[in-house]
Design a protein around this ligand. Structure first.
Ligand code: B3K
Ligand code: ZN
Length: 864
């Protein structure tokens, strides 16, 4: 790494307010693929008395003209990524004309072409690739935007309301948009293309009719109803649960194929990755349906949490993201199964977030030092951020929490604020002191909890001692305020009322000290404790519950989440035991019997049963070890799955054949498909004619969930039918790239030693494209995250494949490259051979000429 190439870090502590405000912004775009002319007219006002220069941000811009109050102005200089303009009057109109080249912009940031349509992505700092600007979230401006383009770009869209349109003298056309709400530049959007449009309306609770419009590539209209229905559900839910109504007269969503993330909440004009919009039963799985509903909701909810009240600076990102993830999780939980949504959220925490927090990229949910902001759209800022909001919700209760939200909007509507402002509103509205709680915003790492239980039969007293200790990588952390929820079960599985000395005790314990003891009396027999019920805090709890206790919790806990959690712990304990004593690589008879009961009963929430009988992921097991025993985990989990498949084959066959899927998307049908899918996963490991028939029938289903269940089962079991079925899928779906992503992901999971050659060959497949993040993630992302055996091959070939790809992506799309780098970040947690091989790939990157800031930041942290 050459020192001169070292990008500079920004620090939260260095924040200063801007020296100018931009009261109004007028933009004119003359769209051309290689030389789009952008004219910006900025109404400026000094906010300090000093005559300091105005320093605007700009990257990859060609400056054509600069005027102050209609007169050419030369008192400026361009240095690196900044334009310094000196001696500006107190107020003035600054005109800047620049040229940009959307067609060659492969970073998918700023203005670029996606499959022939112009679109923008400005968060976090992409607006500076469009024009010189104070590209920071605390500069709020109103915008008027004129778009001029050839008529083949039928739809010309921007934020707010369309106020004019027409033809230009040279036979092109234009549209003019006005956004009455002040916004930071990151929420600006422009789209120009020829789309099919689904139109609808939504009437708000105060009776205003909102026009809804969903723009998709030609021919995709049949895949739009689910997204628009999700939007209407989100609008209704936000009115009901948060008392928040939409503010503009029109809400637009555009689906594009080339997009770095899921979607973007630009004011009134969301831009979505097409995979997060398009769905019908033939092309999308039930999981896709769920994801679409949740992302449509998430972007909609940002209209208040993010857009109306935004962030003062990017270190405060969790202010909008943690809160909005919490809101979308609640939306999904209110509309669907709360337990399953909680399970999904906790899986993300325990696998991805805990590992990020234990590794070199560990940062508090409000980071203090950033080189490339795009690197901080992390599971920590988003998902741990949402857990922090959830803990506040637990401490305050729904009523006080909503009062806090109301106060937050009363105080800060139209402003750019900080996480402290949010917590202050919550605390002031509820009267609850959150001073200690606020440490969650500034301390990184996962707190560890140790629970010691004692039961005194004579006194009928149960004692629970909880110790909290700092994470290993953050030894200086101070004690946190942790809401620790519990349930005590008696021997019949009944919940015991919590009392002490005649007083009722809340089931949420306030853990604030390093060690704290809680007492519960009038308990006639040793209770079984459900600890950290519902994962009430994002901590690692060392579980000391015995197998019989865990089985008891799995049967009786009132929280379905905690039942699942106990089942996970049973599997985890079995794997840990087998790693220490390989002769014990079998699941106990009790565990097998518990699974038998679940599969045979086919009662209750079948989607939950599906989760209960699944083995945890590789990453979940890996999280239990300082140095990950890769080969052992792979071997043991294979043995366990084989044992389940063989010992429960009758029950699995019966369950699979007796459940009937009616092909609809209602919750019952979704649950049936989920359970049948897990059954088929096990059944494929015990092939028979009957199983083969099930596999073929499922692969032939008109429903993509069934098709994928079948293909994934045969690929993971290396079943002889896999080649035929995969080839058939390819020929059937080659016309639909989004569906082909599922095929690429399946290909990436192949377990044979030719897996890597196979992936390299697929780079030449007509549907593959290195410049499309969806394709790259489907093929190589699936490989590096889920094909554990091949990615972690001891010869290092899996790592070399990823290293080669990162070098290629560094030049095309640094943001995507940086995201794909993640598996290398935890190299220190592997055995020496693997660790050295991963490190060698990181060093290759470190020595790369032209290493992007995105990769630089992570590589440097990983190697230090
Ligand atoms: N706010 C966007 C993410 C922007 C990512 C920039 N690298 C989507 C969301 O969280 O809603
Ligand atoms: Zn968001």
């Amino acid at each position: 790494m050459t020192v001169s190439a070292k990008p500079k870090a920004q620090y939260l502590k260095d924040y200063t307010a801007p020296n100018f405000s931009i009261e109004h912004t007028e933009l004119t775009f003359d769209l051309q693929p290689l030389n789009t002319k952008v004219t910006a007219l900025l109404t400026l006002k000094r906010t300090t008395n000093q005559n300091s220069a105005l320093v605007l941000d700009g990257i990859d811009l060609q400056l054509v003209e600069l005027q102050v109050d209609n007169v050419a102005y030369t008192n400026y200089k361009i240095e690196g990524e900044h334009l310094f303009i000196n001696d500006l009057p107190h107020t003035c109109q600054l005109k800047i004309v620049t040229e940009i080249s959307p067609d060659t912009n492969t970073s998918l940031e700023g203005l670029y072409l996606s499959g022939g349509a112009y679109c923008t992505q400005c968060e976090a700092q992409g607006f500076r690739k469009i024009t010189y600007f104070l590209d920071r979230p605390d500069v709020l401006s109103t915008y008027d935007v004129t778009i001029i383009a050839d008529k083949s770009f039928k739809h010309l869209l921007s934020n707010g309301n369309q106020i004019d349109s027409g033809e230009t003298a040279d036979g092109r056309h234009f549209a003019k948009w006005q956004d009455p709400f002040k916004k930071p530049s990151y929420l600006f959007a422009l789209v120009a293309g020829d789309f099919d449009v689904l139109k609808d309306t939504y009437t708000t609770k105060s009776g205003r009719e909102i026009e809804l419009a969903l723009f998709v590539d030609k021919g995709n209209l049949s895949k739009t109803p689910h997204a628009i229905n999700s939007l209407k559900k989100a609008m209704h839910w936000d009115e009901t649960r948060f008392n928040l109504e939409y503010d503009l007269d029109i809400y637009m969503i555009v689906a594009v194929d080339f997009f770095n993330m899921g979607a973007m909440e630009n004011k009134g004009l969301n831009v979505f990755n097409s995979k997060c919009v398009l769905a019908n039963q033939e092309t999308a799985t039930d999981k896709d349906y769920h994801t679409i509903e949740s992302i449509v909701g998430h972007e909609y909810f940002h209209n208040w949490t993010g857009n109306r009240v935004t962030c003062r600076d990017w270190f405060q990102l969790s202010l909008k993201e943690g809160l909005t993830v919490f809101r979308d999780q609640e939306f999904s939980s209110d509309l669907g199964s709360r337990a399953l949504n909680r399970i999904d959220a906790v899986k993300v925490m325990r696998t991805h977030q805990f590992s990020e927090d234990a590794g070199p990229m560990a940062h508090p949910i409000r980071p203090e030092k950033v080189i490339e902001m795009n690197n901080f759209y992390t599971v920590t800022v988003y998902d741990k951020g949402a857990e922090v909001i959830r803990m506040m919700h637990t401490l305050l209760g729904e009523v006080n929490f909503q009062k806090g939200m109301q106060l937050y909007f009363e105080r800060h509507d139209g402003q750019a604020v900080t996480c402290d402002d949010f917590v202050a509103a919550m605390s002031d509205a509820s009267g609850i002191d959150l001073t200690q709680f606020k440490r969650w915003y500034s301390q990184s790492g996962t707190p560890r909890l140790n629970a010691t239980q004692h039961y005194d039969h004579d006194k009928q007293l149960y004692t629970l001692t909880i110790e909290q200790s700092a994470p290993l990588n953050q030894p200086d952390n101070k004690s946190l305020h942790i809401p620790f929820a519990i349930e005590l079960l008696d021997e019949n599985g009944q919940s015991i009322a919590l009392t002490y000395q005649g007083e009722k005790r809340d089931h949420v314990l306030n853990v604030t000290a390093p060690t704290q003891t809680f007492y519960f009396d009038q308990i006639p027999a040793r209770p079984v404790a459900v600890l950290l019920e519902d994962f009430s805090a994002p901590c690692i709890l060392s579980q000391q519950n015995s197998e019989p206790d865990l089985l008891h919790i799995m049967r009786f806990a009132r929280s379905d989440f905690s039942r699942w959690d106990a089942q996970q712990q049973l599997f985890i304990n079995a794997v840990k035991q087998a790693v220490n004593a390989p002769e014990h690589a079998t699941l106990s008879e009790n565990v097998i019997n518990a699974l038998r009961v679940l599969i045979s009963a086919q009662s209750g929430d079948l989607a939950l049963v599906a989760e209960l009988i699944k083995l945890p992921s590789f990453d979940t097991f890996a999280a239990e070890f300082d140095i990950i025993p890769v080969d052992e985990i792979i071997t043991i989990t294979r043995l366990f799955e084989q044992q389940i498949a063989e010992q429960l084959s009758d029950e699995l066959l019966h369950c699979y054949s007796s459940l009937v899927d009616d092909g609809s998307i209602n919750a019952d049908a979704v649950a049936i498909r989920a359970l049948k899918g897990v059954c088929l996963h096990y059944l494929a490991k015990t092939p028979s004619e009957q199983v083969d028939r099930f596999i073929k029938k499922s692969a032939d289903s008109p429903n993509m969930t069934n098709v994928l269940a079948s293909l994934s089962a045969v690929v993971k079991a290396s079943h002889p039918l896999r080649t035929t079925l995969l080839d058939h899928f390819d020929s059937q779906w080659r016309h639909d790239v989004l569906v082909m992503d599922k095929w690429f992901a399946l290909q990436a999971m192949q377990s044979g030693d030719d897996a890597i050659e196979n992936i390299k060959a697929l780079y030449a497949h007509p549907s593959f494209d290195f410049s499309n993040p969806n394709r790259v993630r489907a093929l190589v992302g699936s490989f590096s995250h889920f094909n554990t055996a091949q990615f972690h091959r001891k010869d290092g070939e899996g790592y070399a494949l990823l290293g080669d790809l990162l070098i290629k992506l560094n030049a095309i799309n640094p943001q995507n490259a940086s995201r794909m780098l993640t598996p290398f970040m935890s190299w220190k947690r592997f055995d020496t051979t693997r660790a050295q091989a991963m490190k060698a790939q990181l060093q290759r990157l470190a020595n790369l000429e032209g290493l992007s800031a995105d990769l630089f930041e992570k590589v440097e942290k990983a190697l230090n």
